[in-house]
Ligand binder design. Sequence first.
Ligand SMILES: Cc1cc2nc3c(=O)[nH]c(=O)nc-3n(C[C@H](O)[C@H](O)[C@H](O)COP(=O)(O)OP(=O)(O)OC[C@H]3O[C@@H](n4cnc5c(N)ncnc54)[C@H](O)[C@@H]3O)c2cc1C
Ligand SMILES: NC(=O)c1ccc[n+]([C@@H]2O[C@H](COP(=O)([O-])OP(=O)(O)OC[C@H]3O[C@@H](n4cnc5c(N)ncnc54)[C@H](O)[C@@H]3O)[C@@H](O)[C@H]2O)c1
Length: 473
Amino acid sequence: MSNIERVDVAIVGAGTAGLAALREIRKRTDDFVLINAGSYGTTCARVGCMPSKALIAAANAFHARTRLDEFGIRGGEALVADIPAVLHRVRVLRDHFVSGVLKATEDLGSRNIAAHARLDGPNRLIAGEHVIEAKRIVLAPGSSPIVPEQWRAFGDRIITSDTLFEQKDLPRRIGVVGLGAIGVEIAQALARLGIEVYGFDGADRIAGVSDERIAQVAQDLLAQEFAIHLGAQVELAEADDGIEMRWDGGNVVVDKVIASVGRRPNLKGLGLDTLGVPLDDKGMPEVDSNTMRIGDTTIFLAGDANGQRPLLHEGADDGHIAGLNATSENPIHLSRRIPLSVVFSDPQIASVGQRAGELNPRTILTGEVSFARQGRARTMQENYGLLRLYAARENGRLLGAEMVAPAAEHMGHLLALAIGQKLTVHDLLRMPFYHPTLEEGLRTALRMIARELPPCSISDLAGCGPIGVEALE
Ligand SMILES: Cc1cc2nc3c(=O)[nH]c(=O)nc-3n(C[C@H](O)[C@H](O)[C@H](O)COP(=O)(O)OP(=O)(O)OC[C@H]3O[C@@H](n4cnc5c(N)ncnc54)[C@H](O)[C@@H]3O)c2cc1C
Ligand SMILES: NC(=O)c1ccc[n+]([C@@H]2O[C@H](COP(=O)([O-])OP(=O)(O)OC[C@H]3O[C@@H](n4cnc5c(N)ncnc54)[C@H](O)[C@@H]3O)[C@@H](O)[C@H]2O)c1
């Protein structure tokens, strides 16, 4: 072991959260080290957000052929998905995104240590040959896919998001266990590329949707593309021609199984037990989400590793807050953004603000729109899905929304702004709704709530009732 190295700040993990912390820390001090185990380039760019979206885009492009006939365009059935080429493109894009991320650390020299770090008390880290004493420490070690122990016997026939994008080709039949964000996105993409997909979830709703109606519509739509079994406990067994998936109610043989049953914070071996703070049964300390501080220590836990909001933009915010606090004398408390999540299925599944399950049905008004007959959605042949808005009964303030809808990513952002600005349904109805747009569907849902509220003036323009002509609504 070398001598003790003393620094102001040590960052553990060069993922999105760690790099966001690094950006803040570099503005204030050069006296830091960054320690990263394994590959650089971040989970998001290497094996997460970006390669998954590249795969989804290819799948959606191929799937478009199934609607061409209805547009009057012939010959779509002759198109072929060249899976190795699809996967190659995913990796080319992935490499491009990773190379962009690598620039953030290339000039760090000896301040960048490639090693696994563990705490050895509140201010000390052991990282390979290095012993580092730091006044403040930002821990941002991320999370890893969970693979049930008994499945490990199936070797590389069990795929996770860590290995999916490395595949050179894909087999004919794939089981997907866990239909959260990852499972839903990947299962639909693979099905659209022509693979027989069998999806399972132990819960009774997909993609963590809390609104029962939205969950049902999402499930019905996705079930048109691949088999969905909910409330299913799946067991795997060796079969002559693959892996047999058994559940209460049936069995099917597949070639490979994707484990998408969640991700676990990388806390094992991190030495949190040396901090002298209470840990819960998962080994997680209490973390203040406005400072990212662990208890009253000088240690900050950011990103997926704290298990609070395992999303890219939230991890970046965590890192930013942790980086600020790791270089500040007095704690800086920052408020968090309006919750927003988007699952990139087609249609997209999104939630913004408070979810149905978090609200008291007696104190809210609900408005909804089905996109089945919505004008613009019909012109694009994307006329499916449902959006539900929740507003406070007492004053019409928008509280949240859940949706499975075309362009949900855009409506989700618009609604997040409205909720953040504490706008009411009447305020929203005063904005222009261009014709013909999907946002006109949003207006329908807003009007539904407005009808339950006392009128706010003689006319709030868009709030006046529907015209009653489908193509104009
Ligand atoms: C398939 C997939 C798709 C996703 N899609 C989206 C999406 O569309 N939108 C979205 O918002 N989010 C998405 N996410 C989630 C998003 O990728 C994560 O929330 C985000 O990448 C977490 O960043 P992080 O900095 O916490 O962790 P990471 O980026 O994983 O960084 C952690 C780093 O710490 C290192 N490390 C771990 N332990 C140690 C240690 N002891 N010592 C030193 N280094 C260590 C790791 O090797 C890693 O380099 C997706 C995730 C996956 C897997
Ligand atoms: N578009 C996005 O924003 C996006 C995309 C992918 C991932 N992510 C992030 O990555 C994180 C991890 O995603 P994920 O989908 O792996 O986790 P998740 O926790 O969202 O979903 C896991 C699913 O697996 C199910 N499950 C758990 N154990 C099971 C079992 N034994 N059998 C059957 N089903 C089981 C759960 O009921 C749940 O529906 C998410 O929390 C999300 O924040 C986000």
